[in-house]
Design a protein around this ligand. Sequence first.
Ligand code: ADP
Ligand code: MG
Length: 716
Amino acid sequence: MVYEQQKARTDKVKNCLEGRKSMAKPLNEVPVTALKGVGGALAEKLAKIQINNLQDLLFHLPMRYQDRTRIAPMGTLQPEMDCVVQGRVVAADVMMGKRRSLLVRISDGSGSIGLRFYHFSGAQKNQLKTGAEVRCFGEPRRAATGLEMYHPEYRVIKADDDTDVEETLTPVYPATEGLTQQRIRALCQQALEKLDNPDALQEFLPEEVRWQYQLGSLVDAVRFLHAPPPDVSYELLEEGQHPAQRRLSFEELLAHNLSMQKLRTLVRTVKSYPMPPKQELTQSFRKELPFALTNAQEKVLAEISQDMMEPEPMLRLVQGDVGSGKTVVAALAALQAVENEFQAAVMAPTEILAEQHEKNFKSWFKPLGITVAFLSGKVKGKKRQEVLEQIASGEAMVIVGTHAIFQDEVIFKKLGLAIIDEQHRFGVHQRMSLRKKGEANGGQPHQLIMTATPIPRTLAMSAYADLDCSIIDELPPGRTPVNTVVLGDDRRDQVIQRLKTACVEGRQAYWVCTLIEESEALQCQAAEVTAEHLKKTLPELSIGLVHGRMKAAEKLEVMDAFKAGHLHLLVATTVIEVGVDVPNASLMVIENPERLGLSQLHQLRGRVGRGSIASHCLLMYHAPLSQQSRERLQVMRDSSDGFVIAEKDLELRGPGEVLGTRQTGLASFRVADLERDSGLLEDVKNAGRVLLEQAPSNAEPLILRWLGHAEKYANV
Ligand code: ADP
Ligand code: MG
């Protein structure tokens, strides 16, 4: 009986212990306030650098390390290399110079060094008196008296003090105001102690993946990076190439890959409509075209056509350099939908482009008996009502416009194909909102996304992993490459003369004004001033102006006049960036090209070189140019290949800038670096496949671990 009682009691204790153990939460669920010494104020500071829970803290990796594991003999010190020294104070004086300071000289027998304090207290002065033994850490710099450390960290060593130097390298973390390194280090130390619990940071990579790609355990990697041993290869660490760093980058990239796959699966859960090519409308259209499609256009078209036959929605990204002829391909895809009695919608990113498409599609499709409707924010009142009815009744089978065509009030009768032109301005959000449109109809439209901004392969793999990709890698015949010249704006007068000569000879030209992009108002103003100036200087030319603040009708009128050849010169802001097609224009002046991204410049330049005459692009920069700007403009001069330019742009500016993180919904990475780690992407892709086969239930928590907040994007 006694035994029974005792057993019951031990069982109870045991259960209780076990209960406690299994209650240990994963670290992403433990707020930083659970740490000793973290209250509301500190938690707020941490939140500023995206540290909310203990997992965030552990993924907040050091940006570099200090070696405090050994005491350097003073005779061997090098300037600018952080180090620990220890010695006896041989002199301590308050210097009066330009600024009052305390200069303490310490010596260890092998040499000596000065410690200089511009701010010091009386107590400090007393502490650092002659004869005291001091250990300090800092960066020796050359000074008039030899090497000196300014405001080093220091400690006076008592006779009975035998504290050792550090056993591991000391991490230096990205910090924020009011958050010292000591503080972060202490917090990380506390968090690291919690890693002993197996649930703290669960391992989600299957054995096979870890074995195949030689990846250690996550916990080991995290421990290592917060406290590497002194004999580590510092070079690897600095470059982010250490196996422990690679382990984390790999996992983060894998999480992104899985989230993209999830997005893709989500989109494909809804059925679409098979639309086999019937070669009715498409044949008549081809017969009327004044040219034959290039092989590249044919190839891409065949891929699209095949996709549209499937009962699953097409999700295809077509990349084609400026002028490669994407519009015709879009038109043929739209016809395949219409042949099957489905509506096709074409969305452009700007009013000007939408209007240009409207004109093209109307002139192509009217002869085929197809009604094309146009909708943008500027179509209002009774006209808008009419258009909406045409779309709802199915009278309009092709709908062209700006993003207005996918707003809630627009009800399609039977939308079968959505074409999004110049997609680099649209992101995951928009792709997802299209999905909703389809669902309302009981099926998902096929999606065709077209971009002239070539997306470097590495970026495409991570940002657009949910799309299939086609490339139109050939320009229509008879194009002559644009000759690009880089010159300073001190040669403006010469440029204007050259412009005059060209225009008098019957050619047409663009003059593009750029300004800081955020300020459209200023940009428009600059264009107005420039247009005025050019009109005065070149009275013999007819000069037009377009900018984003003009009324749609005005803009269109000017564009039409330019297209028809009534204007010699078109002064414009970057609104003409994408898509505008005037083959007779063969000269372009771009002011302050150094303010634009390379891909944007490439887009602009693509407005010329569309006819058979030799074209010129003058990049007129404002001196002085930074080294990077110089390199960038050089790239424009040397290459006319959009892919090469995009790769260079990526190299010089980084992925966030190239894709526009905000627009694309491409979350930024914590550990991984797309450029540095691009070599991992292929392996990551395979690993994703293995993981979904062997441990599918790990996918969701892995995505959550790395993209917890960004995941919301996917649910738009
Ligand atoms: P982008 O790919 O930049 O959108 P567009 O579709 O505007 O290019 O086409 C650029 C120009 O090339 C247009 O004037 C178009 O009519 C013409 N074009 C397209 N395909 C061909 C082709 N196969 N042969 C000749 N000209 C073509
Ligand atoms: Mg286009």
